[in-house]
Design a binder for this molecule. Structure first.
Ligand code: ATP
Length: 419
């Protein structure tokens, strides 16, 4: 597989306020061609540093792109660094000099000697014309492939890439297509997912697999395959996706980027069943997550925010004995809250959350992060509850609670026979 690397040149890109967006553009465009970018580097305007990096990159990777540093000033060093890196002579190009003079004449501007720097071409390189700026790019063959020098200003880079680079690349590449599949997982941390998945994905280099922790309690596996056709690429990702889901089991909740709330909604809608929630420590976040998807009112009836014990008792029917004996944050309270809210709102399913989000309120037996999720299906077995211990700050604990509550509901739905 042809691979690429990008070197973004410009000291300003190492500062706090200018982002290297050129490499994002290039990565996207290259990915469409089936050329993965395997390394990006951002470097200052220093000739020796640039020369060393360009030499290394050209040794290791077939396609090397630089962006920036093609201008007429002292700190525009990419061309001389490239010459040094590849051991190539630099030649002043007479046609380029004429073109530059004409450009200045047309603009009634004086050309300074510095500008001639932009007419120096690497021996054997091809110019890449720049219809919107003065700095031309260069396409230079290397022993492994090509070094492509592109200008820094994004508009110039975009046009030059699309008009000059793309056609040259397409000639060189076998036709390739890319397909990405995303497996979303809940409840396993990144290292656990990796230890389960690595034995499977390490066996193959196409698809390439990466693991991302995207939110508390959530991890994604991105499988990206290339092949001659889109269908071929899809077959490759799907084969690995099947093996991974077999290994990872019910932790995988989606294979096409649906949220957990969407999946739960989909299951409820399929079964024509309804849901009500009772929330203590999440203060409505569960309801909010459920109603993020349009059409949630098909299955989501509503909920009760039950913070005070009186609300838990009077609105949800949590017994005074339970509250006194086990406390508001307990397995029994979570169960009774779930049962109570489903009864009160006439829903098929009830989900309850009660916990300690902190920073205060923890104890030795129930430290901050202790959360109980209660689940009930009124047509099924009595309510059950699950105890969690989440780490992190208040926000993280609350968001973890919502996700694990949604997941408990998903698991209960999957386990309960459809009527
Ligand atoms: P010219 O001299 O014709 O402007 P150049 O190739 O010398 O072109 P630079 O001087 O390196 O380009 O950069 C010009 C401007 O382009 C920078 O000030 C910055 O705004 C933008 N730029 C450079 N590199 C990047 C990058 N990697 N991502 C986004 N913008 C960039």
């Amino acid at each position: 597989m042809m691979q690429a690397e990008i070197i973004a040149v410009g000291s300003e890109l190492l500062g706090p306020s200018r982002l290297d967006t050129n490499s994002l553009f290039l990565t996207r465009e290259l990915q469409r061609l089936g050329v993965p970018v395997i390394r990006k580097t951002i470097l200052p305007d220093q000739r020796e540093v640039l020369a060393a990096a360009i030499a290394d990159a050209c040794r290791r990777t077939p396609l090397v792109f630089t962006t920036g540093g093609l201008g007429p000033t002292e700190d525009d060093l990419t061309v001389t660094a490239a010459a040094q890196a590849l051991g190539l002579a630099l030649r002043q190009d007479a046609a380029a000099v004429r073109r530059l003079r004409r450009r200045f004449r047309n603009r009634h501007a004086r050309m300074s000697r510095n500008n001639l720097q932009q007419t120096m071409r690497l021996a054997d390189a091809q110019w890449l014309p720049n219809p919107v700026g003065s700095a031309m790019g260069q396409w230079c063959a290397t022993p492994r492939g090509a070094l492509v020098l592109l200008p820094g200003p994004p508009v110039e880079l975009h046009r030059m890439f699309l008009e000059q680079v793309l056609p040259r690349l397409k000639d060189k590449l076998p036709r390739a297509a890319i397909h990405t599949r995303v497996l979303s997982l809940v409840g396993l941390d990144e290292s656990r997912v990796d230890s389960l998945a690595a034995p499977l994905y390490r066996r193959v280099s196409n698809p390439a697999t990466s693991i991302l922790a995207t939110a508390p309690q959530q991890v994604e596996l991105h499988l990206t395959a290339s092949a001659r056709t889109p269908g071929g690429a899809r077959i490759r990702t799907d084969r690995l996706a099947r093996q991974l889901t077999r290994r990872l089991g019910t932790a995988v909740f989606s294979q096409d980027r649906q949220s957990l709330a969407e999946i739960v909604g989909h299951l409820l809608r399929q079964r024509r069943e309804t849901l009500a929630v009772a929330e203590s420590c999440t203060g409505g976040l569960l309801g909010a997550a459920l109603t993020e998807t349009a059409g949630a009112s098909d299955y989501f009836l509503g909920g009760v925010l039950a913070y005070a014990n009186a609300v838990k008792a009077n609105q949800l029917g949590v017994s005074a004995v339970t509250l006194r004996r086990y406390g508001a944050v307990s397995a029994a309270t979570a169960r009774e809250m779930a049962a109570g809210v489903s009864r009160r709102l006439g829903a098929d399913w009830g989900v309850a959350i009660t916990g300690i989000a902190g920073p205060a309120g923890g104890s030795r037996t129930k430290p901050v992060g202790t959360v109980f999720v209660g689940i009930v299906n009124r047509a099924g077995a009595p309510a059950h509850s699950v105890r969690f211990h989440f780490s992190g700050d208040r926000d993280r604990i609350r968001r973890s609670s919502v996700l694990r509550a949604l997941n408990e509901l998903r698991l209960a739905l999957l386990a309960s026979p459809r009527r």
